[in-house]
Write a protein that binds this ligand. Structure first.
Ligand code: CTP
Length: 446
């Protein structure tokens, strides 16, 4: 069997109110080590034995505590878990929970998930010896077996009461083995991360501390007259996510905001620039002392040659003469490559419809270190939504297609690359400086 037999699987772990709930933390570790993504769900009494924060930290998933909970995107939490789980494991399962489940009484989130799911269910009971041997519990266990559930029998040993008997939660390894057996031979039910309950962003350290990052976000509005403009559908969500992520990682962020329809992070130095011309000025000025520029704004390529000074009145027809705007990123790249030392890292975005081939050419033409290309016509990508499927183009390397991710996760992965480029830049500068000073010393000796 492979070293990570649960790779790519979503395991929903239901924890119910037994003292053995603390062992759920160890079970999560073992499941994660086997490659699983784990979505925890706890009954209210389980959350008195084990803090949900423990499971959240270990799994990067919000613990589901109530069947009425909605996810941040308004989907019903327990239904999303039920529909996307490859397996549901209830460990520890109390006598009360088994009775509720045997009767289909969905008044806690763990029962609700089990009722709603088509995934296999594994149940690992834990209780006092007398409770386990009671005919009611035996009958409930039989009923659960009748539903096709795998029961991982409790073990003999000392119990919480001080007595000894059969009722201890099975060893973690036995539960993991039952989980693996339950999924063997089945396809992954929801390989697309966007369908699953959302993963909390991985916490990055302060790896951008001391860095100054300029991020542009949103669209531009090119005036036709005092009330009308040519604009686009960009919401600013991607740029705001990059700014937020960079701030969380310790950077100072200058956020150049065009037309935006999302809240902007308060910790950023926000500079409003709603036309291409205004944005050009602000971006070029901010670039001078920046470590990186992330040009996520959807800048207009054309603007009306002249904006009317007065509101245009209704007429039979109207022809607008358009002229090209400045290419801000190309100008910023020219400035950076030719004049700024150390040179800031340059990141461009490219919204394409259809083939992404043009992105490769665009990355070279715009002289960026990295171009984030996305097909805005593709489902889950593009304007306004919370997710994005992007391809990363680094000039001279093969394009890298990333899976469908939240915009925040795209932002963090992008900043991983920016941080690495900055570290490499600084390391080579130090080596360069050392070489230069060594040469100077040798020359002065000669
Ligand atoms: N960009 C810019 N200034 C412009 C237009 C675009 O700085 N006037 C930036 C965008 O912010 C983005 C990148 O250039 O980071 C690519 O934008 P895109 O519109 O895809 O490229 P274009 O230069 O417009 O190329 P084309 O029209 O050929 O697709």
């Amino acid at each position: 069997m492979s070293a990570r037999p649960l790779e790519g699987r979503l395991v929903v772990l239901g924890v119910t109110g037994s003292i053995a709930a603390y062992k759920a933390a160890e079970l999560v570790r073992a499941l994660v080590a086997a490659g699983a993504e784990v979505q925890p769900a706890m009954t209210h009494s389980a959350s008195r034995f084990l803090g949900p924060l423990t499971l959240e930290t270990l799994t990067r998933h919000r613990v589901q505590l109530d069947p009425l909970e909605l996810l941040a995107d308004s989907r019903i939490g327990h239904i999303v878990a039920a529909d996307t789980a490859d397996v549901v494991v209830v460990a520890p399962a109390t006598a009360r929970w088994m009775a509720a489940m045997a009767g289909g009484l969905a008044d806690d989130v763990v029962t609700a998930i089990c009722l709603a799911t088509a995934a296999p269910v594994v149940v690992a009971p834990a209780m006092d010896g007398g409770m386990w041997s009671h005919p009611a519990t035996r009958a409930n266990a039989e009923r659960l077996r009748g539903y096709g559930y795998a029961i991982v029998e409790p073990e003999e040993g000392p119990l919480a009461s001080g007595a000894s008997g059969r009722g201890r939660l099975a060893e973690t390894a036995a539960i993991v083995a039952a989980v693996e057996a339950a999924v063997t031979g089945r396809p992954v039910r929801a390989p697309d991360a966007a369908l699953r309950p959302p993963l909390e962003p991985e916490r990055r350290g302060a790896d951008l501390e001391g860095r100054r990052i300029v991020v542009s976000a949103g669209g531009t509005a090119e005036p036709i007259d005092p009330v009308r403009f040519i604009g686009n559908r960009s919401s600013g969500r991607m740029g705001a996510a990059v700014a937020e992520a960079a701030l969380d990682r310790g950077a100072v962020v200058v956020l150049v905001a065009g037309t935006v329809s999302v809240p902007l992070p308060e910790r950023a130095e926000v500079r409003h620039a709603e036309t291409a011309a205004a944005m050009r000025e602000v971006v070029l000025a901010a670039l001078a002392d920046a470590d990186a520029l992330v040009m996520a704004a959807a800048v207009a390529d054309f603007r009306p040659q002249r904006a009317a000074e007065e509101k245009l009145t209704r007429r039979a027809g109207l022809t607008l003469e358009l002229e090209p705007t400045e290419d801000i990123l190309a100008e910023a790249a020219a400035l950076a490559h030719e004049r700024l030392r150390p040179r800031p890292v340059l990141v461009g975005f490219a919204a394409e419809t259809g083939s992404l081939d043009r992105a490769v050419e665009k990355a070279a033409r715009k002289r960026v270190d990295l171009l984030v290309a996305n097909d805005v016509a593709e489902e889950g990508s593009g304007f306004g939504g919370d997710t994005n499927r992007v391809t990363i183009v680094v000039p001279g390397s093969a394009p890298e297609r990333w899976p469908l991710l939240s915009k925040r996760e795209v932002a963090d992965r992008l900043l991983d690359r920016v941080a690495a480029l900055l570290d490499a830049r600084d390391a080579s500068r130090q080596t360069g400086q050392a070489t230069r000073s060594m040469r100077a010393t040798e020359e002065s000796r000669a």
